[in-house]
Design a protein around this ligand. Structure first.
Ligand SMILES: Nc1nc2c(ncn2[C@@H]2O[C@H](COP(=O)(O)OP(=O)(O)O)[C@@H](O)[C@H]2O)c(=O)[nH]1
Ligand SMILES: [Mg+2]
Length: 221
């Protein structure tokens, strides 16, 4: 009998950050089957008409571990489906990765996003100093709309020799720490996502007893 669940994933991760920071690259490195939509948007800024590109990405990956304490692997969902046998007995969590353009101008969109989000990856281009203002604004907005949600700041493009260190990026943004990545590299992208997932599990463990409807439904299968 097919299992009935209210949500088709275990965790939903919201990937945000300024334009060109590496959101789409990161999601495609983790899930080569991810879908991305790029769109030119007409925008009016101080009376000047212009266009900006906004993008939206959707990826699905599995976080598979032999033991809860292990870091485990991040496997594209499609690949996991084909190699299911190999992961028999492993803990498998499905992660939905949603790349969303930096600033969400509508309060109802932010509210909807927040209701369905378990964790946030905030991607910043460590080599683009001009972007710090944008990044700070997006960070402030993210904190304002998501509240005390697990978040990982990613200091991307560490492969470039003009990249600031993750510590520098963290101090510019006024956050405790940032994880350095090269979004094109699977190992690096995987490590950043797993850091967030571990924070997320720790946070959810803290309010144990509030099980999700999906867990309640699948519990007696
Ligand atoms: N050198 C380098 N380039 C990157 C990295 N991540 C993304 N890029 C490049 O930066 C540009 C913007 O990346 P994209 O993923 O489209 O950014 P988005 O606007 O945040 O989705 C593209 O040309 C990518 O190839 C990285 O880690 N290192
Ligand atoms: Mg993009």
């Amino acid at each position: 009998m097919p299992q009935i669940t209210l949500r088709p994933y275990d965790y939903k991760v919201y990937v945000t950050g300024p334009f060109q920071a590496g959101k789409t690259t990161l999601i495609h490195t983790l899930d080569p089957n991810a879908i991305s939509i790029e769109r030119e948007m007409r925008e009016e800024y101080r009376g000047e008409k212009g266009t900006t590109t906004t993008g939206f990405d959707l990826g699905r990956v599995m976080w598979v571990r032999k033991e809860p304490s292990h870091d485990g692997l991040i496997v594209p969902k499609a690949e996991y489906e084909q190699e299911r046998e190999e992961y028999k007995g492993w803990i498998a969590k499905e992660i939905e990765l949603r790349g969303v353009p930096g600033q969400l101008h509508f309060k109802f969109v932010r509210d909807t996003m927040r209701m369905n989000t378990d964790g946030v990856l905030m991607v910043v281009d460590s080599s683009d100093y001009a972007m710090i203002g944008d990044a700070s604004a997006i960070l402030a907005e993210t904190i304002a709309s998501f509240g005390n949600i697990p978040m990982e700041v990613i200091a991307n493009k560490q492969d470039r020799n003009d990249a600031a260190s993750p510590q520098e990026v963290a101090s510019w943004l006024g956050v405790e720490s940032a994880t350095g990545t090269c979004a094109k590299d699977h190992e690096s992208a995987k490590n950043a996502l797993i850091r967030l997932l571990k924070k997320l599990e720790a946070a959810q463990g803290a309010d144990e007893g509030v099980s999700t409807a999906a867990e309640a439904l699948s519990g007696d299968q």
